[in-house]
Design a binder for this molecule. Sequence first.
Ligand SMILES: [Zn+2]
Length: 432
Amino acid sequence: MRSIAYRTVFFSFIGIFLFASLDALIVGRESKSDNDPGNPNINKYAFSMLFSKFQKVVNQPLKNSKPVDIFLCGDVMLGRGIDQVLPYPSEPVLYERYMKDARGYVEVAEHKNGPIPSPVPFAYVWGDALEELERIGPDLRIINLETSITKSNDYWKDKGINYRMNPKNIPCLTAANIDFCSLANNHVLDWGYSGLSETLETLNKSHIKSAGAGNTLAEAESPAILEINSKGRVLVFSYGTTSSGIPLSWAAIEKKPGINLLRDLSENTVRAVKEKVNESRQKGDVIVVSIHWGENWGYQVPRSHITFAHQLIDEGGVDIIHGHSSHHVMGIEVYNNRLILYGCGDFINDYEGITSYEQFRDDLALMYFASLEPGTGKLIGLKMTPMQIKNFRLNRATKADAKWIADVLNREGKTLGTRVQIHADNTMTLQW
Ligand SMILES: [Zn+2]
């Protein structure tokens, strides 16, 4: 058996050698006849061709040399005040303890930063982020959609805060070419089960994929499958936990609609996620787990989140953990060459002018651009572009604000083993 194996390896190598030599000679001859007569480096070139051919055979995971580029961000809250300035505002009635009219949030924001034109064009809220998306050109755009899209009046009682955007404002999402919305969060059922159905239907009609909520448990736990031309598939799973404020009763069960809720972060749960991933995974797929977890404020990453993220990577074969719920950015980790964003922070909200947690600067938002090695899902690089939410739109952050975010990421990244380098244009790159 062993001698057969040796013989196979030996003849394979000879085969590669002959093929590469022939190939290199042909290339060498072509370059000679074109514009490089008598190039003394031809032999050197032929040898390097041979070597790179051999390397390509050995490095199987690189089936495509172009990285898979994914844009990710945190909470996109298009309801309430934001919905009121879009072309088709919902009925403004609110059932909050202090605010009874959604237009009140517009007034508070205008009081702080000046008038907001109304109605604004659908693309308005994305502001400078659109230009940045265009400049970097990611293959996929992934967000956590923290609102229901519905005309339903069936608000969830005793919840306190209920976000909805009129379905006629859906061009707001398509204007930014959003490919995927994570729905396992604490606002998708704010306007009842009819609100959830209409959200799913509206996204579907607009060809925006989603995961994490559904009309049945099977629907809620199914991943979104996103195909990237010539680069393969990206599967996005969406999960939520009660620590982010999701009521336990929102969990989808068999035929009951709801969200894909994790009861805990135990080893049994890791196994259950792993099984779900394995049911859908094909060789070479990139796996993203988008998860709504943890409190709204505070930088401390719970030990249970770290352990769960590591286990999903080690045992579940997950390539990106896309964490959200915190209203501000949290520390970043790279574990076994896989990216963990513990908390992406808010990306679009109507909190302008609301005072109480200013020290966390929830007006500062971050665009994450992750590059992964195709075929293996390993992180090649992470670029970030800071923005500021002002006048209900994203604006490029000032130098001082960019430095403020970089300082937070460096401070919080210390125990996680990461740092960020800030560049002249205020963008950042992760170092690990
Ligand atoms: Zn939330």
